[in-house]
Design a binder for this molecule. Structure first.
Ligand SMILES: NC(=O)C1=CN([C@@H]2O[C@H](COP(=O)(O)OP(=O)(O)OC[C@H]3O[C@@H](n4cnc5c(N)ncnc54)[C@H](OP(=O)(O)O)[C@@H]3O)[C@@H](O)[C@H]2O)C=CC1
Ligand SMILES: Cc1cn([C@H]2C[C@H](O)[C@@H](COP(=O)(O)OP(=O)(O)O[C@H]3O[C@@H](C)C(=O)[C@@H](O)[C@H]3O)O2)c(=O)[nH]c1=O
Ligand SMILES: [Mg+2]
Length: 293
């Protein structure tokens, strides 16, 4: 099976490429800039058609959450319009599309894990452009699969785990917010999950599984408990560690508002695709070990 993935250096793109290297049945082609630029509609159709994929994973996005507050138009052009064109081109060439979205589509006011049918109300520009992307993808493809994930980290790209380890190289103590709750998710797990979806689509047809799903690491964490676990593991492996001080988000002002609770209920995904992520701590251990050794 050949999967075309949008974006080249992205965490999910890199993780899918790595998965393909371990599986002779799976070929992953990363399609990104300059051949595919989400800001250049012509480049999208041309490059995807040339790749002749069995399935397209739409993973490229504008992901700088705070910066997006100052670059609304750019974020919208990439996350909404760019995503729409990828889905429309997939439809035109008759190929299924799996589109990635985010927990930041929710406002965080629910007392519990969010299910797919819960009302969305993004609090940030990033979240609202991703939500627009979901809607445009759903209206430009006949049977898209939209997967919301959360708090993604990996050995690749920029992410919270790498930021924490980097800061701990020069600081003994870090202040990290303890009043925002979510589900840390390894991009390596997302890659496995996407492959499970692709196989199900191949076997049953996309029409049978089209819809929106949540997929994330099992359990729940605050950014503070996430950071603490990162340092526990890093310390064990001889990597950098820091003392983590719990603070409220009011003590850590950021441009963008983040949900207080964006824990995702992943039961629908597990039931449909027979795949489930392990407890988030287990996946963090694997990634931290890889980063620090
Ligand atoms: N990171 C996270 O915590 C979360 C991410 N998601 C979603 O999951 C998906 C994958 O995220 P992740 O792998 O972390 O993303 P990254 O931030 O690691 O990578 C973003 C990718 O998007 C590409 N990209 C950005 N702008 C353009 C453009 N104009 N044209 C073409 N490609 C572009 C980048 O390209 P280039 O390689 O050229 O730099 C890069 O490959 C995204 O849809 C994101 O919204 C959902 C929840 C959490
Ligand atoms: C660096 C740092 C951050 N924080 C806080 C700020 C914020 O509330 C939280 C996380 O900050 P970050 O900027 O690393 O993470 P953020 O960019 O908000 O991560 C999000 O990215 C997008 C793409 C998504 O889709 C989301 O699921 C989510 O993963 O940690 C601290 O409290 N102390 C610190 O030293
Ligand atoms: Mg960030």
């Amino acid at each position: 099976m050949r999967i075309a993935v949008t974006g080249k250096s992205g965490q999910v793109a890199k993780s899918l490429q790595r998965l393909a290297a371990t599986d002779p049945e799976l070929e992953v082609v990363l399609v990104g800039r300059p051949e595919l630029d989400l800001l250049d509609p012509d480049s999208i159709g041309d490059s995807l058609r040339k790749t002749k994929p069995d399935i397209i994973v739409s993973a490229a996005a504008y992901t700088a959450v705070d910066q997006a507050e100052d670059e609304r138009d750019l974020a919208y052009a990439i996350n909404a319009v760019g995503a729409e064109i990828v889905a429309r081109e997939a439809e035109r060439i008759g190929v299924p599309v799996i589109h990635l979205s985010t927990d930041y589509v929710f406002d965080g006011s629910k007392n519990g894990f969010y299910v797919e049918a819960d009302a969305t109300a993004p609090q940030s520009v990033y979240g609202s452009t991703k939500l627009e992307g979901e809607k445009l993808v759903a209206s430009s493809h006949s049977s898209p699969v939209i997967i919301r994930t959360a708090w993604v980290y990996s050995p690749y790209g920029k992410n919270f785990v790498k930021t924490m380890l980097e800061l701990a190289r020069t600081r003994d103590e870090l202040n990290v917010v303890c009043d925002q709750w979510g589900c840390p998710t390894s991009a390596l797990e997302i890659a496995r999950a996407l492959y499970a979806v692709a196989i199900k689509i191949r076997d049953l047809g996309a029409e049978r599984v089209t819809g929106t799903y949540h997929f994330a690491g099992a359990g729940e964490a605050s950014w503070q408990s996430f950071a603490e676990h990162v340092f526990q593991c890093s310390g064990r492996e001889g990597g950098p560690r820091a003392k983590v001080n719990a603070i409220d988000s009011s003590q850590f002002p950021t441009k963008a508002m983040r949900p207080q609770n964006s824990r995702l209920d992943c039961v629908k995904f597990t039931m449909t695709f027979q795949y489930e992520a392990p407890d988030w701590r287990q996946s963090v251990d694997d990634v931290v070990r890889e980063i620090v050794v």
